[in-house]
Design a protein around this ligand. Sequence first.
Ligand SMILES: Cc1cc2nc3c(=O)[nH]c(=O)nc-3n(C[C@H](O)[C@H](O)[C@H](O)COP(=O)(O)OP(=O)(O)OC[C@H]3O[C@@H](n4cnc5c(N)ncnc54)[C@H](O)[C@@H]3O)c2cc1C
Length: 407
Amino acid sequence: MSHNPSTDVNVNAPDSHEVDADIVIAGGGPVGTALAHALAPLARLGRSVMQITDAAPGATRPQSEDRPIALSWGSRLLLERLGLWNAPAASPIDRIHVSQQQQFGRTIISASDHDVEALGYVVSYNELCNALPPSSVAAQVQGSLQEWSKEGRIVTCRIGTPDGQNRIVRTRLLVLADGGRGRLDEDHVKDYRQSAVTCTINADRQRPGTAWERFTPEGPLALLPFRNRTTQRDQLAVVWSSATTSADKLIALDDAQFLAALQQAFGGRAGIFSNPGPRSAFPLSLRMRRHIADAGVIAIGNAAQTLHPVAGQGLNLGLRDAWELAEILLADKHEPGSAATARQYRERRQADRFAMTRLTDLLVGSFSLPWPGTGVVRGAALAFLDAIPPARRLLSRRMMFGARNFP
Ligand SMILES: Cc1cc2nc3c(=O)[nH]c(=O)nc-3n(C[C@H](O)[C@H](O)[C@H](O)COP(=O)(O)OP(=O)(O)OC[C@H]3O[C@@H](n4cnc5c(N)ncnc54)[C@H](O)[C@@H]3O)c2cc1C
């Protein structure tokens, strides 16, 4: 997808009443779909919404894209308000055990520190996407946004449809929720040179509701409680980040070798591992869109920022993007595509984006520093969090609700 800048802002623009939809959402992932639902009240204000989704209705997503997602308690509340919370598909996390390999220091974050049922929930990305119903008020168009250009107050989108044709759609506000597939070159990118290997395993001493985050010199290793809905068995979902060359080797190992490597990296706290499911690998980088909101075009979710999964924050942050953008658009103070709307969105999302980006980047960086003595400093930080409940609570509240207590 590309942006054609040659036709940007022209004061002699065509009349802004000539649009196919007031707001067009490009992307049928969880963030775009959450926004489409959150905008339902716009229909009462006489505004129209269209969602462009590149997947055919009911199509199954490739196994290679599936990954375990830890949704925070705040995201659960948000999805509940939108009528999208699917409780049976979610495995609760009530305790997170954080430690580092070959070093002292650990802390335990517990739901009982807060007045919440669970710190969060683990869901399968594919199951989550497949279960999200289309919004009843957003017109659904199957296709892929190819490019857009802006003339005056109108954004013109070219959509490639499954039959190989092009469809032109005109709108006042294009919301990019395409997961960052159509990035502009001007993005800020930091390649971590890591990949995350994901799969499920059984563990013979698994504690229900316990998630484990173990920092290793190669990268963070998370084991998350996960109820396999096909087998109805409690398993652990693995998200194992390591240097890309090591991840490639992990993918190539046979099951017994993979289990042995995992057991060695994690240790025996959860017992003996067995029965690994199919493995996938995801290259990891930090990508920040420099301009997340301009008059007529706003980016949300991974289209605005793509984070390392170390703290499980990408989708949680994206859902808050969708929620806040909907709040601004529903307040209906400005035209959806106005510079004032874009500015308001930018300002309201700044603190949360900044905090979560810094936090995840800091975690990745500090836990992989090879210098002597850094393990001791990290151990002291974990011991500090363990000994000082208010500090621990502050950190976990941030992870659950973002910078402004959401929703
Ligand atoms: C290994 C791993 C583990 C993770 N764990 C967590 C976690 O524990 N917690 C958490 O909060 N986040 C986690 N994340 C991040 C999370 O997956 C993303 O933040 C989230 O999927 C972003 O949602 P989105 O809707 O913005 O983008 P996506 O999920 O990427 O969806 C974008 C959609 O847009 C479609 N699309 C693409 N291009 C176009 C186009 N041109 N036109 C129309 N449609 C288009 C795509 O096909 C897709 O359906 C993890 C990520 C990885 C890789």
